[in-house]
Structure formats: structure tokens, C-alpha cells
Write a protein of this length. Structure first.
Length: 342
């Protein structure tokens, strides 16, 4: 079942007795848990309505016993189990939870959350039989437009294709940033009116990672003015200069890996095809010498930011601007653009 459909069902009151939520896309898992917390009004009733266990610490029999308890002061309660994959490794815990799911409580919702989970286990098969299993995988770029439109409908805002494109331009494939942007649009746009590109530009700030990607693009094009503008954007978004520098360094190292032909580098692992294509296009705009010089400049900026001389709030952005000027505006950069071999 798709993530948005799971959330829609919960909001409609069609709630299953058990949810197995697993995979690398933690945003989806937390969104489902958030919808379940709203369903039991955990914000009003606290631990009477929602209790959390940990699969690497709590035994399955204890979790099953808690799930069978009659709720106090609330009609229904939610039990969230974090690190649930640890339960599947212990036969006694599996047996206790499978027995519970043979006859689950009508007043308890059990949510098993894990970064990974073996779908072949008895516990996973039983959860699929009596409840809902969501594999929270990353969304492929080609699937993002329908994902965004569906998510918009779930939050009550109509997103035409041009508004969807504007959102993706601002947020990339960052699902948390997309959710945040769509939520803001749902509050900003009048009921019954489709969102426009202007609405997106008014309320959705580009994600920080996306801004860093644009910054590297501007440096590759030797567009110093645009690069300065993007540095200011990162500052306005509240990004700490050292953290921005870390994101920046990671991007440069990815370019070096591609330029050197190290396509199996851990830094490139997990990149979607469209992201890898964009990074490759960036790498083609630099020579290897420029990228190495950029890494050296990043190292100097890192030392400067950590020194007492750059302890004041105004000095961090100045250090980033100096770095951008060195990388985008140097004579060596202009030489590289003129066709120096990599």
C-alpha cells in the first residue's frame, strides 16, 4: 500500500489494529505515526493515549501485555514500538506478538517501526494478514509529481503541474521539505483555489541541500553574483556556516569521485539516477585541478571558521563569501572555463 493511501485511510477513521512501518524513508514512517497519534488525540491525553516501547530493550510479551490492557480515560490507545526489527530476532518475542495478533485488541493500535525488516518473518506475515504493512522506500524522481499531487490532495490543496514543478525545483527529492512546503500552501491558498507558481515562490523556501547544489552550480558557471545570492539564502535560512561548509565539501567530494571515475564511492551510493546525472553535469564543468583547489580552499575556510577570528556572527557569512570568490572568481577558474584539460 502507498504511503499517502495509508495516511488517507487513517484520517478517514479506517484504522487497522496493527501497522508494520519499515524502510529508509523515515519521513513516511513518522507521518503515519503522526496521523495515528492524531487519531487517538495523543496531544490531549498524553501517555493515556500513546505509549512507546523499544524492540531492542523490551520483550515481545511485555508489548503484547500492554496492547491487551483496557485503556483508561480514552476510548482507544496507540502503542508505538521503535527498532522493531530487534523483536524479529528473538523467537519468544515473535511468538508473543503473533499470538496477540491472532486476536488483537479492538481498543489498541500497534505500530511497529523499523529502518529495516525481513518481510518473510512470521511477524511480518501476520502483520500483513491482519493489518497494514508499509515499506517506506525512497520515491523515484519520475514518481515525485504524482506523489506531490496526491500529498496535496491529502492536505487539502490542489497542485496543478506548474505548481508541482515549482515545488520540485525548490525542494528536490527531499520529502520532508516537500511535505513542509505543501503544508504551508494548504494554509496559504484560499479554499477551492488551485495553488500557483507565485504561491509556491511566496511560501516555500528552497531546501538547504538544494541551495548548496545550486551554489556549486553557480560556481561551476563562474557566476559570482548568483553564488553570493545563494550564500545569503543559506544564511537567511538559518544554516550555520560550518554546517553549510560541510554540505558544500560533501558536494565537492562527490564531484571529485565522479571526475576520478570512482562510481562505486560510498559518497555516490544511493544517489537517484536524476541526481547522479545532475552531479555528473556539474563535474563536467570543472577540471580535476579546480576541484582539488576547491577542496583546499574549503579546508582553509574550515580552519578560519573555527578560529577565534571568526567567532562573531557576521564573520561566518564573510568567510563563505570569501570562499565563493576564491572558487568562482579566480583567474585559474577563468582559465579552466577556457578549456584547460581535466
Amino acid at each position: 500500500m502507498e504511503y499517502a493511501e495509508v495516511v488517507d485511510r487513517i484520517k478517514q477513521g479506517r484504522i487497522a489494529p496493527v501497522y508494520l512501518l519499515y524502510g529508509p524513508q523515515s519521513f513516511m514512517i513518522e507521518a503515519v505515526v503522526g496521523a495515528l497519534r492524531e487519531a487517538v488525540e495523543a496531544h490531549r491525553h498524553g501517555t493515556f493515549a500513546c505509549e512507546t516501547f523499544h524492540g531492542d530493550e523490551d520483550h515481545g510479551s511485555r508489548i503484547a501485555a500492554a496492547a491487551r490492557e483496557i485503556p483508561m480515560l480514552v476510548p482507544r490507545r496507540l502503542i508505538v514500538v521503535r527498532e522493531a526489527q530487534a523483536l524479529a530476532a528473538r523467537a519468544e518475542s515473535v511468538e508473543a506478538l503473533v499470538q496477540y495478533l491472532e486476536q488483537p485488541s479492538a481498543t489498541t493500535i500497534l505500530a511497529l517501526c523499523a529502518p529495516t525488516f525481513d518481510a518473510r518473518t512470521r511477524l511480518a506475515r501476520k502483520a500483513a494478514e491482519v493489518g497494514i504493512v508499509l515499506r517506506a522506500e525512497k520515491v523515484a524522481f519520475r514518481e515525485l509529481p504524482p506523489f506531490v499531487r496526491h500529498h496535496g490532495r491529502a492536505l487539502g490543496v490542489d497542485l496543478p503541474p506548474d505548481a508541482v514543478s515549482a515545488l520540485l525545483d525548490a525542494c528536490g527529492d527531499d520529502l520532508a521539505a516537500l511535505h513542509d512546503g505543501i503544508s504551508k500552501l494548504a494554509l496559504y491558498v484560499e479554499e477551492g483555489r488551485p495553488a500557483t507558481v507565485e504561491d509556491v515562490q511566496a511560501v516555500v523556501a528552497p531546501s538547504r541541500q538544494h541551495s548548496v547544489f545550486e551554489l556549486v552550480d553557480a560556481i561551476g558557471a563562474r557566476d559570482t553574483a548568483r553564488a553570493f545570492e545563494l550564500v545569503q539564502r543559506l544564511v537567511d535560512q538559518g544554516e550555520a556556516p560550518l554546517k553549510a561548509l560541510g554540505l558544500f565539501a560533501r558536494q565537492i567530494r562527490q564531484l571529485i569521485d565522479l571526475k576520478a571515475g570512482r562510481r562505486d564511492s560510498p559518497r555516490l551510493a544511493g544517489l537517484r539516477d536524476f541526481v547522479r546525472d545532475k552531479v555528473q553535469a556539474q563535474a563536467d564543468r570543472f577540471s580535476m585541478r579546480d576541484l582539488v583547489r576547491a577542496l583546499e580552499a574549503l579546508h582553509r575556510a574550515d580552519l578560519a571558521l573555527k578560529s577565534k577570528a571568526f567567532g562573531r556572527d557576521t564573520e561566518g557569512p564573510r568567510a563563505l563569501e570569501a570562499l565563493v570568490l576564491e572558487m568562482a572568481g579566480t583567474p585559474a577558474g577563468r582559465t579552466a572555463r577556457a578549456g584547460r584539460p581535466a
